[in-house]
Design a protein. Sequence first.
Length: 418
Amino acid sequence: MTQEIRNYTLNFGPQHPAAHGVLRLVLEMDGEVVQRADPHVGLLHRGTEKLAESKPYNHSIGYMDRLDYVSMMCNEHAYVLAIEKLLGVEAPIRAQYIRTMFDEITRILNHLMWIGSNGLDLGAMAVFLYAFREREELMDCYEAVSGARLHATYYRPGGVFRDLPDAMPKYRESPWRKGVDLKRANEWREGSLLDYLDAFTSDFPQRVDEYETLLTDNRIWKQRTVGIGVVPVDMALAWGMTGPMLRGSGLAWDLRKKQPYAAYDKVDFDIPVGVQGDCYDRYLVRVEEMRQSNRIIRQCVQWLRANPGPVMVKNFKVAPPSRAEMKDDMEAMIHHFKLFTEGYCTPAGEAYAAVEAPKGEFGAYIVSDGANKPFRLKLRAPGFAHLSSMDTIVRGHMLPDVVAMIGTYDIVFGEIDR
């Protein structure tokens, strides 16, 4: 009697908890060993680039927040930098420092989401709750400057929407927060946003120590990540990997150092790199990046305290006049109306601007034909290049290792299926 043994095809996701909502992986399995992995995109497609080509430049900044929706301001930064290149405009130095500070706040927000969700995917429940505790505190900074917790639309061509607030919103008394608890919750909020960040950055390193206590030497965590998804440096380069995926393989490539933008050439920080290029190394790289981001934020807070100044260029073709001027002066009223209805025309040409987003190099390539909207917009999303390598990396691994690999890619589908 002959027995037929054949591979079977498994549909992993999109409803699987580790697929994070919209990733569909078609896996060809031999028992529990992966023979082939085929990532299917197309379940989320938003048409962001096409939408941006149909409206004025300044109407599309909000779309950038919705791409990688846990790296909001970093996405805005690339788009705004590309527009500034086309216009030949440079933001004031104070705006550059504010952008640098918020890029690093965004990096910490992203990595906190990553460490929590990746831990949860691999069975570590507690770290998720710890990471979201600090995430909430930084979300309040987003809310303080823009009024929104996620989709900030805070960066504008020529600077930022407004200067940093002098007061932080406070918790009100409620059945859940009162008396001593309320006082403790509002302790950091007595001063300005910079005072709040001072308190946060003093406290944050010991919080990172807590995450490391839970994971770094945890036997189960190491069994799930050490030697899993090894990406040699030449493979990382061949697949166009950037960010922690590339640095985890041992190459110290970071746009903040190699092609500095904003105020990165004026602050001091180190680039963490891995050795083996496995999931564990990439975890260590991201944890150290949180510490380095904390260092950068502290330096920015110090500089911003000492150096007041404008946060937007004084050019009414690009930046709106103040509300007081607009209500007092007919010319300013016209500038305001024209800016928000028609926007501005950029000179014909092309520009590419890239930033070191938390997941890797996020770039915006704009082709202008001289109109008030892009003729073409192409976004370079790091997650798309990373997901493409899934098949090569997970072959020969077990099914649970696929989950570890999805986690270590730090996939957010908004930017992949844009």
